[in-house]
Design a protein around this ligand. Structure first.
Ligand code: ZN
Length: 60
């Protein structure tokens, strides 16, 4: 009696949409849609404003 067990084809792992890019730089915790985007549209203004404020605070 020979039972040939067919090996199940290796299924590509269905990874739950892994986000392999850093979150929005403004610190909101969301992820920009573009792979090359560092900010969610509009958030760069926030970020730069915060940087300016920080610079001012540090300067004075
Ligand atoms: Zn943001």
């Amino acid at each position: 009696m020979t039972t040939t067990k067919a090996k199940p084809a290796a299924k590509p792992k269905a990874a739950p949409e892994a986000i392999d890019r850093p979150p929005c730089r403004c610190g909101c915790g969301d992820f920009p849609k573009g792979a090359n985007s560092r900010f969610i549209p509009g958030h760069d203004a926030r970020y730069h404003a915060a940087q300016k404020a920080a610079d001012k605070a540090a300067a004075s």
